[in-house]
Unconditional design. Structure first.
Length: 635
């Protein structure tokens, strides 16, 4: 069974109804801090108190009377077998099934025309032959009284129009026996019916577990014989103590914990006082038989208790559960969080609803649904993404060599030519412009295979694919591209393809700004093995090596060396020049590495010759719409 649909309102930051669809498997809730993720999980946990929404909209005056009832409409999807099994576990063996109106399509389909016992048998057979049943009920909660359930429709599973005479509904009374056998035992006419969905509501709720992001106070509990974990996991030591009597399953639990948290060799449960047991953690080899070195869970890391509780429910439940986890990255480091998700995937019968802002967890979960929470004017709203499109986004990002983690959480993206610019442009913003990127991510356009980084047309086509519909990918504010050998018409065409977002470096490529002999000599001399210490590279040597390239036609677009000497350094193939200068001066011992050596050159120029980067700084001010505080002294 799982939650298939959910809608709630008038709870904390949520004012208006927010209808949602969930699937079996993994469902992700994401959004910025204080956007309403935890409030949504509390409502999904089906155990919340009434906390009406308060804002200037709902309470324009201090004495405005608020509607004190919070509510949630929840639909549970369950197989007929699961329903029959649940019915046999109820304290009362009888339940009511609304009889269909004889005029309904459902009644005609099953040839239901009267109220004989034989026809009720046929009704039950038709009902429990469905692939699944979806029950919809409303949960209401006030600020003082507990929760209550009420019907939104009869029958709660909505397969047909129920038979009603005046204010009374016509029901078949049925019984459930062990083994899942159900059969009619009578009938009743009632104006306040106890529909099957209402009968099962509390049973469904008991199969929903919500694990919070806070440290769990579950290190010790009373010694008893329960095997069902409490919703707040308060009896975790008790249930683990019972699980120890199943050595094979307990070893399996410990293996899973060790896979996720390798420093935990095993956990065990021991007596801690009269009628009490506690969980202890073995961070040493259990084969040492040194139980005296085991550390109480209360003195261990915050994530161990959560992992134990989650795995216990997942591994020992006899029926599918709804497992809600709030911000697992808050109690697990990224590697452990990924391993937890991978472990949960081994139990596909359960439904997982996870609130997270971690791209690691989102990628690992490969979720069936993604819901974004947003807060505007003190009111939260929810928006579900097209997961098919979102998975396409992630695939395309991989084609580009970009991880979801590179983009997730950014307000917008400044796309640049490559990895060197991705690392160096933020340095220019910070140290030359004296500005801040704020929520802007600077990302290099990196492609593999036949997607060449300088094929801007393909880049824009891919970006349009990424920005189609509602996705986790933030919008682009600009593309800063190399001029390369593009003429004015080609640049104008690419600017049009980009939607007016393309900006071009005034020089051929970023490396043209790095052709500073003093910077190159400094970086070369800092590299191990470049030259013997007694024979350092001098700026004059670099200048001479560069001059040999600056007069060669093969280093220019169209093979034409600019007549004006000052233009040569701006239009030469600077990337090739740097590779060959490094190769020559080091006698092929140290090749030029575009990213690390480009960063080192940039850092030297920022510190010693910032005027060399003034053009790029101006371009970044324009792209980022920054207030320029540049102070570049002419040298």
């Amino acid at each position: 069974m799982y939650i298939s649909r959910f809608e709630f309102a008038n709870y904390k930051s949520f004012h208006k109804p927010c209808p949602l669809v969930f699937a079996k498997g993994f469902n992700i809730i994401s959004g910025q801090n204080n956007a309403g993720k935890t409030a949504l999980l509390e409502a999904l946990g089906l155990n919340f108190a009434g906390k009406p929404h308060k804002s200037l909209k709902t309470a324009p005056a201090r004495d405005t009377a608020l509607d004190q009832t919070s509510w949630a409409d929840v639909s549970f999807a369950a197989s007929p077998g699961e329903v029959q099994e649940l019915l046999t576990t109820l304290g009362s063996s009888n339940f009511q099934i609304a009889r269909p109106a004889a005029s309904s399509d459902f009644a005609r389909k099953i040839d239901y025309t009267g109220h004989s016992a034989g026809e009720d048998e046929r009704l039950l057979a038709a009902l429990f032959s469905q692939k699944f049943l979806e029950f919809t009920v409303r949960l209401q909660a006030g600020p003082t009284q507990g929760i209550s359930w009420r019907l939104l429709q009869i029958p709660s599973y909505g397969l047909y129009t129920a038979d009603k005479k005046g204010t009374n509904w016509n029901f078949a009374v049925c019984a459930a026996e062990r083994g899942g056998v159900v059969h009619p035992v009578g009938s009743v006419v009632n104006s306040q019916p106890v529909d099957l969905g209402l009968t099962l509501a509390d049973s469904f709720r008991r199969h929903v577990y919500r694990f919070t992001a806070e440290r769990m106070n579950v290190a010790a509990s009373a010694h008893a014989h329960n095997t069902v974990l409490n919703p707040n996991a308060s009896n975790l030591p008790e249930v683990l103590n019972q699980l120890q009597h199943n050595p094979s399953r307990f070893r399996e639990l410990n293996r899973r914990v060790h896979d996720i948290l390798p420093h935990v060799q095993q956990v065990s449960v021991r007596a801690s006082g009269p009628g009490m047991v506690e969980i202890v953690v073995w961070c040493h080899d259990p084969e040492s038989q040194r139980e005296d070195l085991a550390v109480p869970l209360s003195e261990s890391g915050t994530g161990i208790g959560q992992v134990l509780a989650i795995l216990y429910v997942v591994m020992t439940s006899n029926r599918p559960q709804v497992i809600i986890i709030d911000e697992p990255q808050s109690f697990l480091h990224p590697g452990a969080a990924r391993k937890l998700i991978e472990a949960l995937k081994l139990y596909p019968e359960h439904q997982f609803i996870i609130a997270t802002h971690s791209p690691t967890i989102i990628s690992a979960a490969n979720p069936q649904t993604i819901t974004l929470a947003r807060l505007n004017d003190s009111e939260s709203s929810l928006q579900q993404l097209d997961t098919g499109a979102e998975k396409g986004v992630q695939t395309t990002l991989l084609e580009l060599g970009i991880r979801l983690a590179d983009t997730y959480g950014a307000d917008d993206i400044l796309w640049v030519e490559g990895r060197t610019e991705e690392k160096c442009f933020p340095l220019i913003v910070e140290r030359i412009i004296k500005g801040s990127l704020g929520g802007t991510a600077v990302l290099g356009i990196r492609q593999t295979g036949d997607l060449e980084g300088r094929d801007a047309k393909k880049v824009f086509e891919i970006y349009r694919r990424l920005s189609t519909g509602i996705t986790l990918l933030p919008p682009a504010i600009a593309f800063i591209l190399d001029s390369e050998c593009r003429n004015v018409d080609q640049k104008r065409e690419l600017d049009s393809l980009s939607g007016g977002l393309a900006l071009f470096l005034p020089r051929r490529m970023y490396e043209n700004y790095l052709l500073n002999p003093r910077a190159i000599a400094h970086v070369a001399n800092s590299l191990e093995g470049f030259r013997p210490p007694a024979n350092p590279v001098t700026p004059e040597e670099v200048h001479a090596a560069m001059d040999a390239k600056l007069t060669a036609p093969e280093y220019y677009c169209g093979g034409a060396v600019p007549a004006i000497a000052s233009e040569r350094a701006n239009t030469v193939d600077a990337s090739r020049v740097l590779r060959e200068v490094f190769n020559r001066l080091s006698e092929a011992r140290v090749p030029y590495q575009k990213v690390p050596h480009g960063i080192a050159l940039t850092e030297w120029i920022i510190a010693s010759a910032p005027e060399d980067l003034a053009e790029i700084a101006g371009l970044l001010v324009k792209a980022l719409e920054l207030e320029s505080t540049m102070r570049i002294a002419a040298r």
